[in-house]
Design a protein around this ligand. Structure first.
Ligand SMILES: Nc1ncnc2c1ncn2[C@@H]1O[C@H](COP(=O)(O)OP(=O)(O)OP(=O)(O)O)[C@@H](O)[C@H]1O
Ligand SMILES: [Mg+2]
Length: 431
């Protein structure tokens, strides 16, 4: 009831009551009493009318507020759905479509038209099965998709699509759409053409394999070359120096009575010659120790370590628990080269006073650790090098260690704390 109607009705009642009072006033004796009664009734009515008017005004106000609020919410909702629609429509990589539980299409963005080759107006309202009549998708695949979405929240698959340009690969993900109570009410389908990405991945994989093959060949060539130089130094330069020393001895004998002063010079020369011969042996041994094949890794390591200790004064602890068992020649050579490069790095970069080396077997693997207490370095620079491939900043020592371990199907790690230590861990399968 409107306020105006209520007011008019009130006024009518008031006129009626006044008229009635006037009618009965002169006639009856009880008129005074009745007049009072009527006056009271009139007052009550007036009060009630006032109350009703106020109540009505309050509910009218709240109704007005409700309407404004609803209008605002509807506007916000429509803006939101427009916003969402814009986002989905402008998705340039993903084909996005939604369906109800029967796979009836409810939304189809422009990218879907491009990737799947249907117009939105032709597919909206139709089921996916109707659209894919040509492809003849087996019904079990839909059941499987629903089960996966219910169980794992998603269903993933790749579609291979033949076209004039060749095969296209489309990675697809189906996820659930839920209502406010969490009930599954439909499906959202996200599809992306990954043909180009696959080609790039394949090329990266192929160039990675090529790079690995090349470094393996390079390391083999490097080993052969070292072996050749080692032989040359030992057999040629070493032999010449030895002959020279013998000749010197003969000259010394002849001069001993004739020119004793010259003998002293010859003795000094001989000492230098012996040092040069020793240096030749060391060089030849380090370049390619023939003993590695005969004596094995542990023995050779012992010899190299003891020579290194003498030359540098660095304290070295070497422990091994291989119990005399030899490793495959390629693994022994790899570990020997790793030790050499590690020692060379310690000499060049570490300023260390102590090195701990451990060689042991654990669960079918051979572990080789080399830890120095030198100044360490920032290993994040190495990650940068491997990411950018820029080796101009550093050398190739660590890289070749890593490759040698990879060629043995092992794992190579290097950890370092600036100002503290550098730790190399190598794990290779024993067999
Ligand atoms: N034990 C170590 N202590 C401190 N820094 C090290 C150690 N080993 C390696 N480094 C750091 O890592 C870098 C890379 O080492 P890597 O052996 O690859 O190259 P390099 O020794 O500089 O050159 P190359 O080995 O080719 O002669 C070094 O330049 C050095 O900064
Ligand atoms: Mg190095």
């Amino acid at each position: 009831m409107s306020i105006r109607n209520t007011k008019t009705r009130g006024k009518k009642i008031e006129a009626k009551v006044t008229k009635r009072i006037r009618e009965i006033e002169p006639n009856t004796i009880e008129s005074e009493q009745k007049k009072d009664e009527l006056q009271r009734a009139y007052n009550n009515l007036k009060e009630r009318f006032k109350q009703m008017t106020t109540e009505l005004q309050v509910s009218l106000e709240s109704l007005r507020n409700e309407i404004t609020e609803r209008e605002r919410a509807e506007k916000a909702l429509s803006e939101k759905s427009m916003y969402l629609n814009n986002i989905l429509s402008s998705a340039t990589e993903y084909a996005i479509a939604t369906t109800d539980l029967d796979f009836r299409i409810t939304y189809y963005n422009p990218m879907s038209e491009k990737i799947h080759g249907h117009k939105a107006e032709d597919v909206i309202g139709k089921t996916v099965m109707e659209i894919h009549t040509k492809e003849k998708v087996a019904p079990e695949r839909f059941d499987q998709a629903v089960e996966n979405v219910r169980r794992y929240g998603e269903h993933l698959y790749t579609v291979e699509k033949e076209s004039e340009e060749g095969t296209h690969y489309i990675d697809t993900r189906i996820s659930g759409i839920y209502d406010s109570k969490g009930e599954l009410v439909g499906f959202a389908n996200f599809a992306k053409d990954v043909t180009l990405q696959r080609k790039v991945d394949e090329n990266i994989k192929k160039s990675g394999e090529r790079y690995r093959r090349m470094t393996k060949q390079l390391l083999t060539i490097q080993d052969q070359e070292r072996e050749r130089i080692s032989r040359d130094i030992h057999d040629s330069l070493g032999q010449y120096l030895a002959t020279f020393a013998v000749q010197n001895g003969l000259i010394r004998k002849r001069l001993i009575d004739v020119n004793p002063a010259l003998v002293k010079d010859i003795d000094e020369m001989n000492e230098l010659l012996l040092e040069a011969i020793e240096e030749c042996h060391r060089l030849s041994f380090e370049l390619s120790p023939p003993a590695l094949k005969e004596l094995g890794l542990v023995q050779v390591l012992r010899e190299v370590i003891s020579g290194f200790k003498q030359r540098t004064g660095i304290n070295i602890n070497f422990t091994e628990t291989l119990a005399g068992k030899r490793l495959a020649p390629d693994k022994e050579l790899a570990l020997f080269r790793i030790q050499q490069e590690a020692f060379s790095n310690i000499m060049k970069h570490a300023s260390a006073s102590k090195i701990d080396i451990k060689l042991y077997r654990d669960k079918g693997n051979i572990h080789f650790n080399i830890v120095d207490n030198g100044q360490g370095f920032d290993t994040s620079e190495l990650n940068q090098i491997s990411r950018t491939g820029d080796k101009s900043v550093h050398g190739i020592g660590l890289l070749s260690m890593r490759e040698r371990v990879r060629n043995c199907n092992g794992v190579f790690t290097i950890e370092s704390k600036s100002g503290k230590e550098t730790r190399i861990d190598v794990i290779i399968p024993e067999e």
